[in-house]
Write a protein that binds this ligand. Structure first.
Ligand code: 1HN
Length: 360
């Protein structure tokens, strides 16, 4: 946190200057110099707060919506995870929208499409489905499911248990660019053209169809099943190569180009072994974490020097703001597995992404 140069200070005001500012404002002009110190900070000062949503509390509140609003009326029965630092915008970070979505047995969240991309990280499900671009997939806890930009999608639950997942969308980014479009499908359910599992078989087995050429912006695999991800972590752990801050951390990739699975949202899965006490780390991408297994705490150092301790257990969701020192610790007798999502691909595309590790 070196401050190499004296930073610009807002110039003092004067009656003449104020009169000038007032005069030019009717010509839709404003002085930059009164605002430059706010616009050019030496480093990010995120408004996003470190917050935990305890699943049991949020779930109970989501269930209270059931008698109040049908899925027909709501279209999507979602409670947004509203970061208190970003209100009144109901966003989880500056660039992402987060939500908990509930589909009850027998319900259908009707087909539509939008230019915002979404991911579903499945928390509770015994096989409810989502259909994306002509293919249905069953959702199981820990599955990472993608709804790419402008793909038809509908969700349904033909099981006898509620399904709940974490939604993460790039809505704030798409809105910033004024590139948001939405369209309804003529029927509740889209036409299913391919058998379930087709995409995973075709693209997710370390193989690609012969003559496949080019690269898809979003991975053609739209369900990365937890069983496979968990197996990969469990096999890799035997080598005992633990990153001091991240444990064993993998990123989900698009097999057609080796990039992140989604163009705007980076997704990760990490195993933190029992007893893990991570070293401090920070990066410029504010990160949403969803706990699959285990319990622990994440300590975020506030800019005011006060630590915020977020304790978490299975199914809880928490956020680490951008450029905030933090460390993960596993508590209790189990390993922990964390899914996470951030805007890292966007930052990396534009050469903005930075990370920093505490000196030992
Ligand atoms: C949306 O279409 C879904 O399709 C979920 O499940 C959350 C948040 C904002 C805008 C559209 C869905 C959404 C959303």
């Amino acid at each position: 946190m070196s401050q190499l140069n004296a930073l610009h200070q807002a110039p003092a005001t004067s009656p003449e200057r104020e009169a000038y500012y007032a005069r030019i404002s009717s010509n839709n002009l404003r002085p930059l110099w009164t605002n430059l110190a706010n616009l050019s900070k030496p480093e990010p000062v995120p408004a996003t707060k470190p917050v935990v949503w305890r699943y049991e509390e949020a779930r109970a509140l989501l269930m209270e919506a059931v008698p109040l609003i049908s899925v027909e009326e709501a279209e999507r029965r979602v409670l947004n995870l509203a970061n208190p630092g970003l209100l009144p915008r109901p966003q989880i970070t500056n660039s992402l929208m987060g939500g908990l979505q509930l589909v009850l047995p027998g319900e259908i969240a009707p087909a539509h499409r939008h230019t915002a991309s979404a991911l579903r990280f499945v928390i509770e499900s015994e096989g409810a489905y989502t259909a994306v671009n002509g293919e249905k997939t069953e959702m199981r806890p820990g599955d990472f499911v993608i709804t790419p930009c402008w793909n038809w999608h509908d969700h349904g639950n033909e099981t006898d248990k509620p399904v709940i997942w974490l939604d993460v969308l790039d809505v704030p980014l798409v809105s910033l660019l004024d590139a948001a479009f939405t369209e309804s499908y003529p029927e509740d359910r889209q036409f299913v053209q391919r058998p379930s599992g087709d995409s995973l078989a075709r693209y997710g087995s370390g193989l690609l169809p012969v003559n496949y050429s080019g690269s898809a912006v979003t991975s053609p695999i739209f369900n990365y099943p937890y069983a496979r991800t968990r197996d990969a972590l469990e096999t890799m752990r035997r080598v005992e190569e633990w990153d001091p801050s991240h444990g064993l951390k993998l990123q989900f990739v698009n097999p057609t180009n080796g990039q992140f699975a989604m163009a705007t949202i980076g997704t990760f899965m990490q195993l933190l072994p029992k007893g893990f006490a991570g070293e401090r780390y920070r990066s410029t991408d504010a990160t949403v974490f969803s706990v699959i297994e285990g319990s622990g705490q994440t300590v975020v150092s506030g800019t005011d020097g006060v630590d915020v301790v977020m304790t978490w257990g299975p199914k809880d969701i928490f956020v680490v703001p951008a450029w905030s020192w933090h460390r993960h610790e596993v508590l209790g007798s189990d390993d922990a597995v964390l899914f996470s999502a951030s805007d890292r691909p966007v930052q990396q595309t534009f050469g903005l992404w930075r990370e920093d590790r505490a000196n030992r």
